[in-house]
Design a protein around this ligand. Structure first.
Ligand code: BG6
Length: 482
């Protein structure tokens, strides 16, 4: 497949007044500008439904930057704001696109970012096509949710494919923009130590947890239709799993990396009813503050899950018999995203006769809020051992902020926007990946429907329903909660 080479000199931002734009996209672009990472010729054309002049939009953007971008990352904000112009467009009607095309003008490379509801993708693309903004090397980035199941995802993908070839479609999973997620690739493929033991001979199980302290926030309609499985597992958690489980790609490029990820996603075994637990939070306390239950926040009863735990398997040679315990929940006791790789016990302990116990090694990759990689190793407790020899696990720590204290921590969207502008698809999700993800998720949802499985309750501020603890415990596994 031909790689795109033109760096975009126009960025067209749909949904420019929305929440994502204010909190992530505008701050990321401004930070890139401040670090001289944007080409001086890049102009950003913002659009949304609201009637606003360019001047008003620049004021709006400035407020967002003051609110969401730390002062030390803003740089010369006025210069950045000068890159912005604004054209109001109601994406559902054909009007407005001519004006948009005039504002975009002649370009060498065009990057389009749709931060809008997926229901607007089709009319937006039709509008863009009509005024010639899909031609040449124009490329398009799409924010989730890309459908609600495999069928609707295919419909979206088909609609986009009418105007853009796959090498010009950039599907965003913002977890791939996170530094520590990319570091997972470095950890696995830039070190010789791990690869020989990265398989079922040495790994007993893997845990992937994404715990959040927030609840429904202001996303009532979206979240209640979506639920934890589709909101977080279908995309972010499955992408993390693919990175942990994939074979070494031949190079760090879009085709090689994504070819390996999709093989893992296709090898996911359909799960059984007793391999999944769902939950919904009730009133409780998080960080010492009382918080209402999901149903109270929503204002009605609902069967939407805010927690899900799954025992998954990757059916291939490398991972035969290794369970991947995945879980995600809202209103958990603390915010943490981490991957735990639990190694097997040593085959024979020479220390047993001296009364010393050994524990299997464990690798904990904390992705957020701290960026930390910790490998527990057995070591001898110092002493003469008159009462026997003692061993204890001690952590080998790579605290990323310490190792790289002089390097700026970037917003995930900085990486993704820059790659979009440069046309590098490595950290974007290919169509076959999204569809393999949906296929596996649809099967779980069908199982819930067939078995009339409803979420169990858990108190906000706890680690989810007790059945989720049991899901792991019955295999002798404890969730890594400390
Ligand atoms: C989004 C989900 O994709 O990711 C949200 O829709 C979730 O529900 C968010 O809160 C979590 O992202 P992060 O980067 O804060 O872990």
């Amino acid at each position: 497949m031909q790689e795109l080479t033109f760096t975009a000199d126009r960025l067209l931002l749909f949904g420019a007044t929305g929440d994502l734009s204010q909190r992530m996209l505008l701050p990321s672009l401004c930070a890139l500008h401040a670090d001289n990472l944007l080409d001086p010729n890049l102009r950003i054309v913002a659009t949304a439904r609201s009637e606003m002049s360019t001047k008003e939009f620049r004021d709006f953007a400035r407020k967002a930057l003051e609110k969401y971008l730390p002062k030390n990352r803003r740089g010369p904000m006025a210069d950045f704001l000068n890159r912005l112009s604004y054209v109001p467009v109601d994406a559902t009607t054909p009007e407005g696109y001519d004006e948009l095309a005039r504002e975009v003008g002649e370009y060498n490379g065009l990057a389009i970012f749709l931060s809008t509801a997926p229901s607007l993708f089709e009319p937006t693309i039709a509008g863009l096509e009509r005024v010639g903004l899909t031609r040449g090397n124009a490329r398009i980035a799409l924010e989730k949710p890309l459908g609600t199941d495999l069928g609707s995802s295919c419909e979206i993908n088909d609609a986009v494919a009418k105007a853009f070839t796959e090498d010009r479609i950039f599907r965003i999973d913002h977890y791939l923009g996170k530094e520590t997620v990319q570091n997972l690739l470095a950890l696995r493929f830039a070190n010789i130590l791990l690869e020989p033991v990265w398989n079922s001979n040495y790994i007993e199980h893997v845990q992937i947890s994404v715990a959040e302290t927030v609840g429904l926030e202001s996303r009532v309609a979206y979240y209640d239709d979506s639920g934890a499985l589709r909101d977080m597992v279908q995309n972010h958690i499955l992408q993390l799993l693919a990175l942990v489980a994939m074979e070494p790609p031949t190079s760090f490029d879009a085709t090689a990396v994504r070819d390996e990820k999709v093989k893992v996603l296709r090898a996911l075994r359909p799960i059984k009813a007793n391999e999944v637990v769902t939950g919904q939070y009730r009133a409780g306390a998080v960080d010492g503050k009382s918080v209402p239950g999901y149903d109270e926040e929503l204002g009605k009863d609902s069967d939407t899950e805010t927690y899900v735990a799954v025992k998954a398997h990757v059916d291939n040679w490398r991972w035969r018999g290794v369970p991947f315990y995945l879980r995600h929940g809202k209103r958990m006791p603390r915010r943490v995203t981490e991957i735990v790789v639990q190694f097997r016990c040593i085959p024979h302990s020479i220390f047993e006769g001296r009364g010393a116990k050994t524990e299997p090694n464990r690798l904990v990759i904390e992705i957020q809020p701290k960026e930390n990689i910790q490998l527990s190793m057995m070591a001898k407790v110092p002493g003469l051992g008159s009462d026997g020899l003692r061993l204890r696990p001690v952590p080998l720590d790579i605290a990323m902020p310490d190792a790289f204290s002089d390097v700026v921590r970037r917003i995930a969207y900085e990486r993704l926007l820059l790659d979009l502008i440069h046309g590098d698809q490595t950290l974007f999700v290919r169509r076959d990946e999204v569809e393999a993800q949906w296929d596996w998720i649809d099967h779980i949802r069908a199982l819930w429907a067939e078995n009339e499985i409803k979420p169990k309750t858990y108190a906000a501020g706890t680690w989810g329903p007790s059945a989720a603890v049991a899901l792991a415990e019955r295999d002798g596994v404890t969730w890594h909660d400390d």
